[in-house]
Design a protein around this ligand. Structure first.
Ligand code: XMP
Length: 431
């Protein structure tokens, strides 16, 4: 292993990730572990150079104040404690504001850690770890084309080449050109073992007449598991499942001191006899680090800096019961919006932008005749964590250009609206 590590033990602070990020910003790798880590587990962490105990408001769990095992101090590692004052700790600070100015000295002078946390070393370490874990066996990966699955695919290809089997399921709700770009990048450029499943007809049939958004989501999710399972059963000798789990997924799934925010999307959906051992090489990375990893692995920027795209895809932007004409209108208008945002330099500035086509029509006039067509709604929002969002104050000329193109180029559309609602009260998506 090439990188030194500072371990943070979670004693209930809500700022553990802030601390981990600060240490990583110093060029030193840092990872958060549960407070009840054993001495053996701690010393087994490669190149561990020091430990920080970070106490906090969630220190009492089920009525009992938690602490680390005293035997950890026998490791001889330097310990810093923040908002926690065990007698055996070399440095203690009442809170983060006092501790913070001392952090650099603790990391470099006391722990003697080296600033060797960079993408090159991370990738080299992970390649080694993946090869050790997998040996000459095979890994299966659901490759949606999203940032996390694309980066994990690229990393696995580098480590084990054709021992990785990627499955890309096109559910027919992808954006324009998206499945094609997955095939181009992974099959043609990276020479990956890629199985492409065009399930468009199957999905559209299943979704026919289904108007309730949650029902649509359920069908889309369940059908994905079914297709993935069918493909997995056709393959022989697969022992591992690759997953693009990243650090926020783990944190949001709840630690021993933090409440669960949402359940982590894991293999729970697959049947018992199809349970695999997991390979999750990105699970310690924050999103920006995942992107940096993707760039270092040679993935195109358009893939690595892709805006968030919901799992159910355009299915929740073609409102109500999905029809082919409206789905096409969403896909084409979305492509125009993305093209024009890129031309205006807004693609790296605005967090998420897309179009929606509702399931009602309005009266308009085209070629001097009455027309009765769908509206297209444009949504462009900025947010930090998607819990709240503000709207992008779009330049009027850009908006006019997009409107003009949508009205000229997209079939069955006679009106364009701009959604100016923040979250709350609106959500980012319309369904
Ligand atoms: P809302 O609409 O809840 O969206 O404000 C917040 C963020 O989550 C995305 N989103 C989803 N992502 N599956 C996903 O993977 C979903 O069912 C889903 N629904 C919303 C949305 O695009 C936004 O980024």
């Amino acid at each position: 292993m090439r990188q030194d590590t500072i371990v943070i033990l979670d004693l209930g602070s809500t700022e553990n990730t802030v601390l981990a990020r600060e240490i990583r910003a110093l060029g030193v790798y840092s990872e958060i572990y549960a407070h009840d880590i054993t001495k053996e587990e701690l010393t087994a962490i490669p190149n561990v150079k020091g430990v920080i105990l970070f106490g906090g408001e969630n220190r009492v769990v089920d009525g009992v104040a938690i602490d680390v095992s005293p035997e950890l101090y026998e490791t001889g590692l330097p310990f810093m404690a923040i908002d926690h004052a065990p007698a055996k700790c070399s440095e203690t600070y009442a809170n983060w504001e006092e501790a913070q100015p001392q952090l650099k000295a603790f990391v470099f002078d006391t722990c003697k850690a080296e600033a060797n946390w960079n993408m090159e070393n991370f990738i080299a370490d992970q390649v080694e770890l993946i090869r050790n874990q997998v040996g000459d066996r095979k890994v299966l990966l659901a490759l949606s084309g999203g940032v996390d699955s694309s980066v994990v695919a690229a990393l696995l290809i580098k480590a084990i080449g054709k021992q990785l089997v990627c499955v890309h399921v096109n559910h027919g709700l992808m954006r324009k050109g998206e499945s094609e770009s997955v095939i181009e990048v992974f099959r043609n450029q990276m020479d990956a073992n890629l199985i492409y499943v065009d399930a468009t007809e199957r999905y559209l049939t299943k979704l026919e007449g289904v108007a309730d958004p949650e029902q649509k989501r359920k069908i889309i999710g369940a059908e994905f598991i079914r297709i993935f399972e069918e493909e997995a059963r056709k393959l022989d000798g697969i022992d591992f499942l690759g997953q693009g789990t990243i650090y926020p997924d783990i944190i949001e799934s709840g630690t021993k001191t933090a409440k669960m925010v949402k359940s982590h999307h894991n293999v729970g959906g697959l049947p018992e006899d199809l349970q695999f051992e997991l390979v999750e090489p990105l699970k310690q990375l924050f999103k920006d680090e995942v992107r940096a990893c993707g760039v270092a692995l040679g993935l195109p920027e358009s893939m690595v800096y892709r805006q968030p795209f919901p799992g159910p895809g355009l299915g929740v932007r073609c409102l109500g019961a999905i029809t082919r004409d409206r789905l096409e209108a969403v896909r084409e208008s979305d492509a125009i919006l993305r093209e024009e945002f890129e031309k205006a330099g807004l693609n790296r500035k605005v967090w998420q932008y897309f179009t929606i086509v509702p399931d009602f029509k309005s009266v308009g006039v085209r070629d001097n005749a009455r027309c009765f067509d769908y509206p297209v709604i444009i949504r462009a929002v900025n947010t930090i964590d998607a819990m709240t969002a503000s709207i992008e104050r779009l330049d009027w000329d850009v908006l006019a250009k997009i409107t003009d193109r949508i009205l000229k180029e997209v079939k069955n559309v006679n009106r364009v609206c701009y959604d100016v609602s923040p979250k709350p009260t609106a959500t980012i998506e319309w369904e």
